[in-house]
Ligand binder design. Structure first.
Ligand SMILES: *Cc1c(COP(=O)(O)O)cnc(C)c1O
Length: 710
């Protein structure tokens, strides 16, 4: 539920926000113009803290608000991190607190006020606020649907407003001012975890979940307009003398809504380093305000360093940034990002994927794009990893088999058209709309079911041109026209599927041409009846390789994209060079000596004919390795040498004979598919041993394997 997608724009804006917070605390323009300073620090810079809150909501809360997730682990991790920073900050500021005599004469109420709401230093309220705010939103999400949580958060914000910028509005109302007076015994400001944080956390989560966001242009216009409103609002309230504090405005809400979307779409390289220095700048800058003022006093440079507010601001900023960079470079704060490979994993070769995409694109006729088949977890490779990588390469259309596969991609921010090739139960029609997926119309009767749903659904119409699987029969023109007449179907494409495009016989070639002709006849008939077919597509991998002239608008390539074809012979004959993307590897759990005559495994099917050594490899049929490879049919590679599979493959383990491989030890890596030294095993080899095609081997590779792109 947490996103591992990287948003470079968010990282960069965090730094800008941190520098804006320093503005709030140093008033850089005050020497020059009171109004300019008010505009900068009391209006513009007020976007900084809501932005931090939204980023937290964006990454931590969508699962709870939208998927009713019961997995509290991410939330607890988040609390731990915030609490850790809070503890560190309290310690950092302790000497200043003691020097200022803050802790003299405190009672229990003061301690609670400080710990829960105000913080022990003027900027530290943020950390308890983000914890309390997230806790409130989480608890609300247990009982209420998202919309209600939003309403409650807005209501809390409203209460907060009346104690902040709009204080003047209630100070004349006796009941209310008594109530607010009472509240201000518990906390010093309504800008806190209870009234201020929830709405921004919720809004961040909403933008983290929603797939329908504003365009860049709309966000920019919306932001500029809301900022204008907030300027008017801020100055008006200031002149009315209503502001008890100036953190909360009405226009701040739309401002943040648009700003966040702008920043989210800001196309920048991800910067984990920027992310961590922003946090440290936030935490440390008040200390440097003290330091700069102290230094100015000692050196007698107060005129320059303090009286000139801009120089003061720059001095504090430069010191804070330098310090933050130093801290972020400290090893204990540097998260080791190196992926530790565990028991068993799938490695994806990014360069090979790029190579295959280029090779396949070279075959496309003009006006045709790739529409990779990402079904069955991208043929076992990992659908999210693969489609994100393809997104980065400019691929903007995908096909999947099921609506859940499509939703999974959208939840992980995959962009572009996603066509669901197979049957979707009416129960799940709402998911098509929620995740902006395109459904295949399987035939006329299915079209009617889709149409009866009553809301517009994007579809591609499938025509059966001879495979006799999905699609309305090509000769049933009247039925096809009736599909086109359905009011609620937004028809964006028409397609068919070839079934003997890989075969070289004369009849097969003839059959493929018959299929193509039947398809084009349907298109012509539709044109005659005044219907246009925006996108047409016919070919999958084999079709593109052998009939590229049929590719039309999309080539639905699956297996070829992954660098092999269904069999080794197919791969050798296809005429272009493809590189396998996937390797599959597992650790050796332990090594064991067997004496001549001893046996091993279920059914004791392996018998050592002489003194022998075996290794237990931590992978089995539960990971997708066909059990038919047992007893020497298949092998694995260790140190570039083939080790035959010994005895029967188990669910989680297999034994391999390593008698002729020296120095094998526990923790070594066995390659099940992939390269090791000069040897290579491909999915086609496994397919041949198992009597199937590589597609089946790949698509059955286990869910429980970790996948990484290298
Ligand atoms: C799976 C599938 C594809 C992709 O096929 P490959 O042979 O792997 O390229 C294309 N179209 C449809 C309808 C499919 O089901």
């Amino acid at each position: 539920m947490t996103k591992d997608k990287q948003y470079g724009g968010l990282d960069t804006f965090k730094l800008i926000a941190a520098l804006l917070v320093i503005c709030i605390h140093t008033s850089p323009l005050i020497t020059f113009s009171v109004n300019a300073d008010f505009f900068l620090t009391r209006i513009v810079a007020r976007i900084a803290v809501p932005f931090f809150l939204m980023v937290s909501g964006f990454f931590v809360l969508p699962g709870y608000l939208f998927e009713r997730s019961r997995d509290t682990h991410p939330l607890i991790q988040f609390f731990k991190k915030a609490a850790f920073l809070y503890a560190v900050a309290i310690i950092i500021y302790l000497p200043v607190n003691l020097y200022a005599g803050l802790f003299k004469g405190l009672d229990v109420a003061d301690v609670i006020r400080m710990a829960l709401f105000d913080g022990t230093f003027y900027h530290l309220w943020y950390l308890p606020a983000v914890i309390l705010g997230a806790l409130i939103v989480f608890l609300l999400s247990r009982r209420l649907p998202f919309h209600a949580v939003m309403v409650v958060s807005l209501f809390l914000y409203g209460i907060g407003l009346m104690g902040d910028s709009y204080f003047g509005a209630i100070s004349g109302v006796p009941v209310l001012s008594t109530a607010y007076d009472a509240m201000f015994h518990v906390f010093s400001y309504t800008r806190n975890g209870l009234f201020y944080a929830p709405v921004f956390l919720t809004m961040g989560a909403w933008l983290g979940h929603s797939t329908r966001t504003c365009s860049m242009k709309m966000s920019a216009v919306g932001f500029a307009f809301s900022m204008m409103l907030m300027t008017v609002e801020g100055f008006a309230l200031h002149h009315l003398g209503w502001q008890r504090h100036d953190s909360m405005y009405l226009a701040l809400l739309p401002c943040m809504y648009f700003l966040y979307q702008l920043v989210m779409k800001w196309d920048r390289k991800p910067g984990p380093f920027l992310r961590s220095i922003s946090t440290w700048i936030y935490l440390i800058h008040p200390l440097f305000i003290v330091v700069v003022r102290g230094a100015a006093k000692v050196t007698g440079l107060e005129d320059m360093l303090v009286q000139n507010s801009l120089i003061h601001y720059l001095a504090v900023s430069v010191l804070s940034v330098l310090f933050a960079v130093l801290i972020a470079k400290l090893p204990i704060f540097r998260k080791k990002k190196v992926f530790q490979k565990g028991r068993a994993w799938i490695e994806l070769d990014r360069a090979a994927l790029h190579h295959n995409v280029d090779a396949l694109r070279a075959l496309l006729p003009n006006g045709c794009e790739l529409m990779p088949a990402i079904k069955t977890n991208a043929y076992g490779h990992g659908a999210v990893l693969i489609s994100r990588e393809l997104n980065c390469m400019g691929v903007n259309a995908f096909c999947v088999a099921t609506v859940q596969e499509g939703a999974e991609l959208r939840k992980n921010s995959v962009n572009g058209t996603i066509l669901v090739l197979g049957y979707t139960h009416p129960r799940d029609f709402s998911l098509l709309r929620r995740y902006n997926l395109t459904q295949t119309v399987l035939d006329l009767s299915y079209a009617k079911v889709l149409d009866r749903y009553g809301k517009k659904i994007s579809v591609h119409v499938k025509i059966d041109t001879g495979m006799s699987r999905l699609g309305e029969r090509s000769e049933k023109i009247e039925e096809i026209i009736r599909i086109f007449q359905c009011k609620n179907l937004k028809i964006e494409g028409v397609f068919t599927h070839l079934c003997v495009a890989d075969e070289t016989s004369h009849e097969s070639i003839k059959f493929t041409h018959t299929q193509a002709k039947a398809f084009y006849d349907v298109i012509a008939e539709l044109h005659q009846h005044g219907f246009t077919c925006p996108k047409k597509h016919i070919v999958s991998s084999d079709g593109l390789l052998y009939y590229p002239e049929l590719a039309e608008n999309y080539a639905r390539v699956g297996i070829a994209l992954y660098g092999i074809l269904s069999t080794r012979a197919d791969t050798e004959r296809c005429g272009i060079s493809l590189e396998p993307v996937l390797s599959i590897k597992a650790r050796i759990a332990l090594v064991k000596d067997l004496f001549a005559g001893e046996a091993a495994g279920y059914g004791l099917q392996f018998v050592a004919s002489q003194d022998n050594r075996i290794a237990v490899v931590a992978m089995g049929y539960g990971d997708g390795i066909p059990r038919s490879l047992s007893c020497g049919v298949g092998s694995v590679l260790i140190q570039g040498i083939k080790a035959p599979i010994a005895g029967r493959i188990c669910m989680d383990q297999m034994l391999v004979d390593i008698s002729n491989i020296p120095n094998v030890k526990s923790g070594d890596v066995a390659v099940i598919i992939g390269q090791s030294g000069n040897e290579r095993i491909t999915a086609c080899d496994l397919a041949e041993q198992d009597g199937t095609i590589s597609n089946e081997i790949l698509s059955r590779l286990g869910e429980r394997l970790e996948r990484l792109l290298i």
